[in-house]
Design a protein around this ligand. Structure first.
Ligand SMILES: *[C@@H]1O[C@H](CO)[C@@H](O)[C@H](O)[C@H]1NC(C)=O
Ligand SMILES: *[C@@H]1O[C@H](CO)[C@@H](O)[C@H](O)[C@H]1NC(C)=O
Ligand SMILES: *[C@@H]1O[C@H](CO)[C@@H](O)[C@H](O)[C@H]1NC(C)=O
Ligand SMILES: *[C@@H]1O[C@H](CO)[C@@H](O)[C@H](O)[C@H]1NC(C)=O
Ligand SMILES: *[C@@H]1O[C@H](CO)[C@@H](O)[C@H](O)[C@H]1NC(C)=O
Ligand SMILES: *[C@@H]1O[C@H](CO)[C@@H](O)[C@H](O)[C@H]1NC(C)=O
Length: 576
């Protein structure tokens, strides 16, 4: 009876597998071609992009994604660098060299986040001709330098086996070091998240920063460079990383700010992009098969079951289409129903995390069920108990088959809503599954390819997640250099009226009129002295407060670049 059940299950999986197998074969080729079409200079959809520049999408209206993001580009090139360094596609080296050249130039560009020495590496997005994008945006985003260094380090490690270390030291190390130094110096500063909406601390950002510092330290040692700061900060980051776990609710809180549940694909993406098979099911680095990452996956997937009509009717323990986070309203298509749509890359992330988990369980010949992962496993086997299930146990075999079926289910959804020409946009409609938002999203193609690799058990290289110890007490990162600015404004006031200051940085209360800094009057001159981050562009305005009523200065914002470290400046303004 039990054996029958297992074979029935494997039969189901086998039937599903056959239907998705052909999708994987055809879509892998289409995704690779779609990805390459979005890379300059010769990509068929990337006209105007400089060599090595990845456009996010050729879409120019609603939304306009014809820009290059450091995050997207680095994730895309990690796929190509993996294919190149593992010998799957030896033709990619020119692309890789172009990418490294383009990114080295972007690093040097002064931009609204700063220049090379004043925080410019946190700039998320550039024009595709390698010039700065100067409109307002959610900046800085501090995952970019980490992801870029991970991509380039993978290539550097390959090159080290084939050329001298002095070659790598001269050609690649300088740009890798810029990114690593940025991460080591800035990981403990707030950042916009990967969706460019919330400025706080973000799990994805912290997790990829941790990985970059670990593999950066290893490369530094190989090249006989000083790895001390990277190792010290990696320990600090690993410690901080633990704080995102919500023990009571069993999931990772994606952002420390934002006022949402915190359930977010951010965390699954972090798990798959920091997968290290050598680390087994380690929960401190949130490996795909760790109890915390599995519990988190269940909470995340379940949060989409009832909000998308196309998930209606799906069994409560089967995969469904998923989006970025349940409260998302970006590009909501149904008027009056402000809920966003499922994304290809997040639905793929569910499958990929579970394919990664299966790979490790099959290697270690056992599955451990803990209190934390119990709810994940019980959705398949309601009677399963906390314990370790080895090769000879039926539970091991059943759980493997059921998790595989769940992953294949997510892949089948991805397949079902992909049109017959194989093109992948950013999203598909939550009611009828037609494509929504940017067409030919390069990241959608990259995410399909990494999902397919994981399904084929292509084992990624280790980056050093195994055997780490989390420090008992978390230490902060290095403080940012500061300088001092005295703001003065000439403003005539009536009795009871006061002048306050607010602006774009935390030190100026992040544009909050209610917590704005009070200024002191000397005649009609109002002033306040503030310690601010050095060499930083700051926007600000003065406001009037009378009986609790706020009057803002007229537009535009005032702007200054704060003095270099230790410097002082006085601003003389007149109320507008
Ligand atoms: C960066 O900007 C700072 C402050 O404006 C300036 O002192 C420094 O020379 C600039 N550095 C580079 C590399 O341009
Ligand atoms: C680069 O692209 C931007 C945005 O499209 C454009 O405004 C600018 O003129 C271009 N610069 C050069 C040097 O081509
Ligand atoms: C900085 O690190 C400390 C120690 O881990 C942590 O408590 C704090 O929340 C961090 N802040 C940011 C913005 O990363
Ligand atoms: C290596 O870096 C650490 C931390 O930045 C520093 O304290 C130490 O002096 C450096 N060691 C050498 C040999 O330069
Ligand atoms: C799912 O179907 C039920 C029953 O037909 C319906 O009441 C509900 O509104 C549907 N959910 C969504 C998100 O459309
Ligand atoms: C799918 O739904 C969207 C949003 O409701 C709508 O704009 C579109 O016309 C629909 N497409 C089809 C083929 O029904």
């Amino acid at each position: 009876m039990r054996l029958l059940l297992v074979s029935a299950l494997s039969l189901c999986t086998a039937v599903l597998a056959r239907s998705v197998d052909s999708y994987v074969v055809s879509e892998a080729a289409i995704a690779k071609a779609g990805l390459l079409a979005n890379i300059g200079p010769s990509g068929s959809k990337a006209s105007g992009a400089s060599p090595g520049v990845v456009i996010a999408s050729p879409n120019t209206v609603e939304p306009n994604y014809l820009y290059t993001w450091v995050r997207d580009s680095s994730l895309v090139f990690k796929v190509l660098i993996d294919q190149f360094t593992t010998g799957q596609d030896p033709s990619l080296q020119d692309h890789v060299v172009n990418f490294i050249d383009a990114e080295s130039k972007l690093q040097q560009l002064a931009n609204p986040s700063g220049n090379l020495t004043t925080g410019g590496l946190g700039e998320p997005k550039f024009n595709i001709n390698i010039t700065a994008f100067t409109d307002s945006w959610g900046r800085p985003q501090r995952d970019g330098p980490a992801l870029r260094s991970t991509a380039v380090i993978t290539y550097a490690n390959w090159l080290l086996k084939r050329s001298s270390s002095s070659n790598v030291l001269e050609t690649l190390w300088p740009m890798i070091k810029l990114d690593l130094d940025y991460v080591a110096a800035n990981w403990n500063q707030s950042s916009f998240d990967l969706w460019e909406e919330v400025e706080s601390s973000s799990f994805f950002t912290t997790a990829v920063q941790h990985r970059a510092l670990r593999e950066g330290a290893a490369l530094a040692k190989t090249l006989k460079q000083n790895a001390t700061a990277y190792l010290t900060q990696a320990d600090n980051v690993l410690c901080f990383l633990q704080s995102y776990w919500n023990e009571e609710k069993g999931y990772l809180t994606a952002n420390t700010g934002g006022g949402r549940s915190g359930i977010d694909a951010n965390t699954l993406l972090a798990s798959i992009h920091t997968f290290d098979p050598a680390a087994g099911c380690d929960a401190h680095t949130f490996q795909p098969c760790s109890d915390k990452a599995l519990s988190n996956l269940k909470v995340y997937v379940d949060s989409f079951r009832s909000i998308y009509a196309l998930n209606n009717g799906t069994a409560s323990n089967a995969a469904v289409a998923t989006g970025r986070y349940p409260e998302d309203v970006y590009m909501a298509t149904t008027p009056g129903l402000a809920i966003s749509n499922p994304w290809y890359l997040t639905t793929a992330a569910v499958a990929e995390q579970l394919y990664d988990a299966l790979l490790v369980w099959e290697r270690q010949l056992k599955i451990e069920v803990t209190e934390t992962s119990l709810s994940f496993f019980q959705q398949f086997e309601p009677k399963v108990k906390v314990g370790t299930y080895g090769l000879l146990s039926l539970t091991y075999i059943k759980l493997l088959a059921e998790v595989k079926a769940f992953a294949e289910g997510a892949l089948a959804i991805h397949a079902k809503y992909t049109p017959s020409n194989g093109a992948l946009s950013e999203q598909f409609d939550k009611t009828n599954g037609t494509q929504v938002s940017a067409k030919d999203l390069t990241w959608s193609y990259a995410a399909a390819l990494t999902m397919f690799s994981a399904r084929a058990s292509k084992v990624p290289l280790s980056w050093g997640a195994a055997g780490l110890t989390v420090p008992k007490v978390c230490k902060p990162g290095p403080p940012l250099p500061t300088s001092t600015v005295t703001f003065t404004v000439d403003a005539t006031t009536v009795a009871g009226e006061s002048i306050l200051l607010t602006g774009s940085i935390a030190e100026l209360q992040s544009w909050s009129p209610t917590t704005a800094l009070p200024m002191t009057a000397d005649g009609s001159t109002w002033s306040v002295t503030v310690v601010v981050p050095a060499s930083t562009i700051v926007d600000f305005k003065y406001i009037r407060m009378l009986d609790g009523a706020v009057t803002w200065e007229s537009d535009p914002n005032n702007e200054i670049t704060t003095p270099a470290e230790g410097g002082e400046a006085t601003i003389d303004d007149v109320w507008r």
